[in-house]
Design a protein around this ligand. Sequence first.
Ligand code: SF4
Length: 107
Amino acid sequence: MIVMYAGQIVEYGDGDAAEIFTVPKHPYTKGLISSIPSMEQSADILPTIKGTVPSLDEMPSGCRFVDRCPFAKVICSKRKPPKIIADHEVHCWMYGQEEWKEGKSLA
Ligand code: SF4
């Protein structure tokens, strides 16, 4: 199973697809999963991911999800996220990267 955002892979699992549904890592994947309506609970308003996908001529140079991510730090806007293996593959600065831990928040 592959999760893509703005034309790039953000999360990838080559085994059981259910793993990404049960333990999503990337903030975009988490946002997608949290927006799935529940059959057991009614809701007037479904959760959404703030903002919109950037246009092709305005792609951020670092992480393409940076303008919508609640965890974004300065490094996310400057450098492309590394590929991390944390149970499965995720492309995000927040998983064990010292640059992200020590970095200044954008929020
Ligand atoms: S790299 Fe940064 S901005 Fe991108 S998803 Fe991870 S924490 Fe959010």
